[in-house]
Design a protein around this ligand. Structure first.
Ligand SMILES: [Zn+2]
Length: 348
């Protein structure tokens, strides 16, 4: 979630497609955008021409507005041909939100097993108030008491509120698969850290990389720890995946990501994505010479004021960095009298 410089990257299109229209970024590959009601206000989706039908990569949230835009896209740039296949790069609702809607119209869903299982699990996990486990997790993370009190009484963000019901049945994709789409063969590589078992596709026939949120320009993908798995170390998984993708990266790769603009300069971007976190971890270790809660770690991590709309994402990202340092043995933590973990640089 950190804005980074554009240095070393090239953006062949400096303006995204207008709502309801598409830009052809390569032969038979259309780039489209759908709005999101959040600070990050859009998601990119792509359609690959299969002759008499389309493969669509990611879908946007399920809302009346998004479905209406999709109808315009289907009738307009997609020329009335059906969508035969949806590829879900990962389980986040802005990507998987309308997979079930397309399935109800005859499409097959292709995704990793974890993407599908997580989506189906979260679909069934609608809550009217935050669970006791989530409230405890927030308290232990040092969430601002006023924000905690407010959230305790509110309906939380529910996956099922923005994702269309998903029927049983999908086709699994996994590491080292080679799949055909849009007249090209694609190697499947699996990322982690932003979302577990996140699919990325490298074309064997040209320079295209379909990256979802695993590789983004100008913002670094959110890495978060949640009450679901409070001891998780997604940052270790993120760094492992980035180093693997850095080996595959070519300067001429055209990276088609889930947000912001398509870009070339992937080797540079992979270095930036790795270095961002090493820099943040270094600043964090210095900051933790005095004990701090996770919420007390925003200044060294983000170097800017965190507003209400991004507080939740900032908190889970702070815990991710702290858990990583704990798993490396570089910080320890102790429970404070008011029930928040206080983190401190190890005295070794
Ligand atoms: Zn995502």
């Amino acid at each position: 979630m950190t804005e980074t410089t554009r240095k070393g990257l090239n953006y062949p299109w400096d303006t995204p497609p207008d709502t309801g229209s598409a830009i052809e970024v390569a032969d038979g590959v259309l780039w489209m955008r759908l709005p999101l009601p959040m600070a990050l206000d859009h998601v990119n989706v792509y359609a690959l021409d299969e002759g008499d039908c389309w493969t669509v990569i990611d879908t946007g949230f399920d809302s009346g507005r998004t479905r209406a835009i999709w109808q315009r896209l289907l009738d307009g740039p997609l020329g009335g041909k059906p969508v035969s296949r949806i590829i879900g790069t990962h389980h986040h609702p802005d990507h998987i939100g309308l997979a079930g809607w397309f399935q109800s119209m005859g499409a097959t869903l292709w995704a990793t097993r974890t993407t599908w299982l997580f989506s189906r699990m979260l679909m069934l996990d609608a809550q009217d108030r935050p669970t006791p486990e989530t409230l405890a997790f927030w308290q232990q993370s040092g969430m601002d008491p006023a924000i905690l009190a407010k959230r305790r009484e509110e309906r939380p963000f529910n996956f099922a509120d923005v994702v269309h019901p998903m029927p049983v049945g999908f086709q699994r994709i996994q590491q080292d698969d080679v799949i055909e789409m849009g007249g090209r063969s694609w190697d499947v590589h699996i990322g982690n850290g932003h979302s577990p078992e996140h699919a990325v596709f490298f074309s064997r026939d040209d320079n295209l990389v379909i990256a979802g949120d695993q590789i983004l320009p100008s913002i670094s993908p959110n890495i978060g720890v949640y009450a679901t798995e409070p001891m998780a170390d997604p940052l270790a998984e993120w760094l492992e995946a980035c180093e693997r993708f850095a080996e595959l990266a070519r300067p001429d790769h055209l990276v088609l990501g889930g947000h912001k603009l398509p870009f070339t300069g992937m080797p540079t971007r992979m270095c930036q994505l790795i270095d961002n976190h090493h820099g943040a971890l270094k600043r964090l270790l210095k900051h933790l010479e005095t004990p701090q809660t996770a919420a007390g770690c925003f200044p060294p991590l983000f170097k800017r004021r965190i507003g209400d709309s991004e507080y939740g994402l900032a908190l889970v990202e702070a815990v991710a960095h702290l858990n990583h340092l704990m798993h490396l043995g570089q910080v320890t933590r102790e429970m404070s009298p008011d029930g928040a973990w206080l983190w401190q640089t190890s005295r070794a």
